[in-house]
Design a binder for this molecule. Structure first.
Ligand SMILES: *Cc1c(COP(=O)(O)O)cnc(C)c1O
Length: 400
């Protein structure tokens, strides 16, 4: 007799394995809006791990725009944008974003994940090559996996290693037709920046495309928060796809790409995630437009998040914490072992500070950390309270 197969038993077993190895996610319930002080699991805490860098999720103009567009256009788009759901407000958002980025064209997607997963595999196929930074975001990795192209990895942020990989690639027979270099702009676990000028230079020498995922750079880097291409003073001939998201500094949700008209036309005709999935609700598109307008009119939010980041980083370094290579409002507090990171996160949680440990497999086993993310509306009082908690916990655990 055949041993009878059980359809789902392994689901529970796999979950139990994750729990046993301390690798499972414990979801924490946020019971208020995402603000500098919120209620999480019934406890009032200072929020230090949101992507809402400019606190636009609760900006009155952004909230008002959602309400008005929802009343006017309804709760949903009624269709995929490719069929019958391409509303005026979606078109307006695409145009508004391109204007903000000072580029010929943009295209918005439902999420940043869907932008990468939809567009990346269309850029290269058999006979082509993707070249990726080793620490790129999972959505880029998945996008590459969906393609039949060859792939090569270069060492994190190392332009020299990228140049080596590109020289190797030129020896390939038959010669690669298309090569794309893919990189995060800001690396989300360390808060460090891709060397985009060097990458663009190397790409140019080889006639390769440059695709930068600026999810954590937008609203934070560059003139008025225009992002990493602006930060490095590059143009659209040097960086061919600037990808981003409305789910971080813009405080809403939605992915996007910016570049030339050809890119936009190619992208919406080819990305399966765009063609075969519903458009974002009109209230969401309107909120994104409002968020862009707030960035243009109220540059103080960008200034404030940097002031807070500089204040926090200096205090933590003065205390003796290892804050890695942070160059942005993402500040890793390096702990070494997973256990230490988890203990420190628990300790500060008890003191009313909410920030999460980032452990293996998201980072190397000996590089566990607490990833702190500052936002524009933290006050000095909030930050001092956090610094005090880190100081006590760090001493207790022998980190400082
Ligand atoms: C968050 C993130 C994404 C995904 O963006 P969503 O709009 O939230 O889906 C993609 N790339 C990077 C680097 C990110 O940090």
């Amino acid at each position: 007799m055949l041993k009878k197969r059980h359809p789902t038993k392994y689901l529970g077993e796999e979950y139990q394995r994750l729990v046993k190895e301390n690798l499972n996610w414990e979801l924490k319930e946020l019971q208020t809006a995402s603000e500098p002080v919120c209620v999480v699991e019934g406890k009032e805490v200072i929020m230090l791990c949101a992507n809402n860098y400019l606190n636009l999720a609760t900006h009155p103009n952004v909230v008002q725009a959602t309400l008005e567009a929802t009343k006017k256009y309804g709760a949903g788009a009624g269709s995929d944008r490719s069929i019958a759901g391409n509303m005026t407000v979606h078109e307006e958002l695409d145009l508004r974003l391109a204007r903000f980025k000072r580029a010929p064209a943009s295209l918005t997607y439902q999420t940043g994940f869907m932008a990468n997963e939809g567009l990346v595999p269309q850029l290269c196929g058999r006979g082509d090559l993707f070249v990726s930074d080793e620490l790129n975001h999972g959505s880029i990795i998945d996008g590459v996996r969906l393609s039949h192209a060859d792939r090569a990895i270069y060492k994190h942020k190392e332009a020299e290693d990228l140049a080596r990989v590109m020289d190797e690639a030129e020896k390939h027979q038959p010669a690669y037709k298309h090569i794309w270099i893919l990189t995060d702009g800001v690396f989300s676990m360390d808060g460090d920046l891709a060397p985009l000028s060097e990458i663009a230079k190397i790409a140019e020498e080889h006639g390769a495309g440059v695709y930068v995922d600026d999810a954590h750079g937008e609203g934070v880097l560059g003139e008025g928060g225009r992002g990493i291409v602006s930060h490095f003073n590059l143009d659209r001939k040097q960086v061919h796809v600037e990808m981003g998201t409305f789910s971080k500094a813009f405080g809403v949700i939605g992915g996007h790409i910016t570049g030339g008209e050809d890119l936009r036309n190619f992208a919406y005709n080819k990305s399966r995630s765009w063609l075969l999935s519903g458009g974002v609700p009109p209230g969401v598109a309107a909120a994104c437009i409002a968020a862009i307008e707030v960035l243009e009119r109220e540059p103080e939010h960008v200034k404030n998040v940097w002031n807070n980041r500089n204040y926090f980083l200096k205090a933590m370094r003065d205390l003796g914490f290892d804050t890695g290579n942070s160059e942005t409002p993402i500040v890793p507090v390096m702990c070494g072992e997973s256990k230490t990171a988890k203990s420190l996160a628990n300790f500060i949680w008890k003191k009313g500070i909410f920030s999460l440990p980032i452990v293996f497999p998201m980072v190397a086993r000996d590089k566990a950390r607490i990833r702190v993310q500052l936002c524009s509306k933290h006050t000095e009082e909030h930050l001092d309270k956090a610094i005090q908690a880190f100081s006590e916990g760090g001493k207790k655990l022998g980190l400082i």
